[in-house]
Each structure stands twice: as C-alpha cells, then as structure tokens.
Design a protein around this ligand. Structure first.
Ligand code: NDP
Ligand code: A1CAB
Length: 286
C-alpha cells in the first residue's frame, strides 16, 4: 500500500457495485488493512454481511453508522446513486472537517454542489471510475477542488491506481470521461452480446461463441495497449482488400456504427450534466 494511504481509514458511504469494485482493489494491495476500510449503506444488512465476509472490512447501516464512522475516517467516499446524494450530503455536512478528504464517484455531481453543502474548506476529489476496478482493470478520471492540496490529490490518485489506470483532468471534462469510460464497459458488453448472438445464430454453441468473443475483445484491447499502434492502423491490418472484414465493415458503415458510438458517448456525457443539475436543484430544498 502506498505511503499516502498507509494507516488511513477509508469510509464508503454507499456499499453497492462501485464501492465493492474499489474495496476489492484496495484490499488486494500488499500491506492493506481491511480493518481500516468501512462500508455503510442505508438499510441492506445482508449486503453488508457479504462484504464483511468477503473482504474482512467493517460495516454499518443507517445515519448513525455514518455519524460514528465519519469521526474516525481520513477519506470519505460518496458512492450512492445520484438520487440519494442530496440527502447524504445533508447528513454529512455537520460531520466532516477540513482534515478529511471527500471523494465522490457520483455521476454528474459537481464540486461546486458539494462545496455549497460541505463548505469550501473541505478537500474534494470528483472521480469517475468504472466497474472494471473490480479486477484491477478500471479506468478512472479525477479532478480536484481548489483547496485539495498535493497530498490529498495523491491520496485519491493512489486509491484509484490500486484499481487500474487513472488520468487527472479539469472538472469540465469529467462528464465526457463518464461517457467514454464510466459507462464504456456497457457499450463493450452490448457489442459482445451481439457478437455472441451472431455466432450462435451461425451454428456455434453458447460456450464456443462466448470463448471466441471474450478472447477477441481481450486480444484486440491488448493489441492496442501492447503495440502502441492506433486502432485504425490495427483495423487496416485485419482488413484484406475485398475480403471478409471489408465486407463486414461496409455493413457497419451502412448502420453508421462509429457515429452511433460517438452519439452514445455524447448523450451519456450530456446526461451526466442533467443529473448534476437535478442534484443541485434537489440540494436547494434542504
Ligand atoms: N455502476 C457503475 O458502473 C458506476 C457507478 N458510478 C457511480 O457510483 C454511484 C453508485 O453506483 P452503484 O454502486 O452502481 O449503485 P448501487 O445501487 O449498487 O449502490 C448504491 C448504494 O448506496 C447506498 N445508499 C443509498 N443512500 C444512502 C445513504 N443516504 N447513506 C448511505 N448509503 C446509501 C445503498 O444502500 P441500500 O442498498 O441499503 O439502499 C447502496 O449500498 C452512482 O452515483 C454512480 O453514478 C460511477 C462509475 C461507474
Ligand atoms: O449509468 C450510470 O449512471 C453510472 C455512471 C457511469 C456508469 N454507471
């Protein structure tokens, strides 16, 4: 475990898919202490029992647990759905102090909205990871509030480095990070569903179609990473003149495949902005 995180207590408020993905990355670090990781949720105690058994972390449910554990936390990770963020920030506001780092992974929730509720002295990292953090293959974009000094920035970067690749961006770019890599795994899974389905329709059995699909996606991504070549150049190497790939790519073009992906990413990014504005309006009610 990196020096900046050693001995730090990390509290997750929200214990769902994203919190578990990050927790799993953290407990797998050499020298990590699961006792210093705490997950809280609103009511689902069965879920907490599972997390406790799987990772050896501490857990608690409801506002009282959040209150108790916030007092001992160095880092507080907000990992609830956007619709629950307003109430959670409201509860947290009187409990946090400027010596703690607040990390949000909530799509759309801006630093400004968090600062309005928590106060401008609290160091904040706004982050957009993805579920591949579960296996240390995540991709996370991070940005920071003006008062998050180097040591806080390092803590957040090191925390997500434990779960995969990280990039630091200016806050206006976090929504497009959401569109590209936050939601990105779902586009790839949709593509894989279609590839498998086509294989099965062509006569392969489920297991054969799955094996070929998984290895094709894994191999293609690994080729981009290992060779450093551009995807377009690697695509050209697969595509023989007048061959099978060219025939297939012409069909994808007819369906405006690339434009569909670009539009989907833009839509996810815009949606993050909409979600952020809704949370901000919700906050006005408190
Ligand atoms: N899933 C993904 O791929 C990604 C998600 N994100 C972001 O992560 C956040 C969480 O998503 P995800 O993990 O999928 O959601 P889940 O629905 O899996 O988990 C949400 C968790 O929040 C808990 N919760 C709700 N309200 C409170 C509260 N007031 N105090 C404490 N805990 C609370 C829920 O508890 P209970 O079950 O008891 O109600 C549950 O444990 C979202 O904001 C999303 O935008 C970011 C990147 C990728
Ligand atoms: O769908 C969502 O809103 C979240 C944010 C990024 C991935 N999942």
């Amino acid at each position: 475990m990196n020096q900046t995180l050693a001995g730090k207590t990390i509290l997750f408020i929200g214990a769902g898919a994203m919190a578990e993905a990050i927790i799993r990355g953290l407990v797998s670090l050499p020298g990590s202490n699961p006792e210093r990781i705490i997950a809280t949720n609103s009511s689902n105690r069965d879920r907490l029992t599972i997390l406790c058994q799987k990772y050896g972390i501490r857990t608690g449910s409801g506002p009282e647990a959040v209150r108790r554990y916030t007092a001992e936390a160095d880092i507080i990770v907000l990992a609830m759905k956007p619709k629950d963020a307003g109430a959670a920030l409201e509860d947290l506001a009187p409990l946090v102090h400027p010596g703690q780092l607040v990390i949000s992974v909530i799509a759309g929730l801006s630093i400004d909205t968090m600062e309005n509720r928590l106060g401008r002295l609290i160091p904040i990292a706004r982050c957009m990871p993805n579920t591949s953090c579960t296996i240390g293959m995540g991709a996370t974009g991070l940005c920071f509030s003006a008062n998050a000094s180097g040591v806080y920035q390092e803590m957040a970067i090191n925390l997500f480095s434990a779960t995969g690749e990280t990039i630091v961006v200016e806050e206006p770019l976090i929504d497009i990070v959401t569109g590209v890599s936050g939601s990105g795994p779902a586009y790839i899974y949709t593509f894989m569903e279609a590839l498998m389905e086509a294989g099965i329709q062509g006569g392969l059995n489920q297991e054969q179609a799955r094996k070929l699909t998984v290895q094709t996606v894994l191999g293609a991504a690994s080729m981009v990473k290992a060779t450093g070549e551009e995807p377009a150049s690697l695509r050209q190497k697969v595509t023989s003149p007048n061959g099978t790939t060219q025939a297939a790519l012409e069909v994808l073009d007819q369906y405006h495949f690339q434009e569909a992906i670009r539009s989907a990413v833009r839509r996810a990014s815009d949606r993050a902005g909409e979600i952020g504005r809704t949370i901000s309006e919700e906050m006005m009610k408190y």
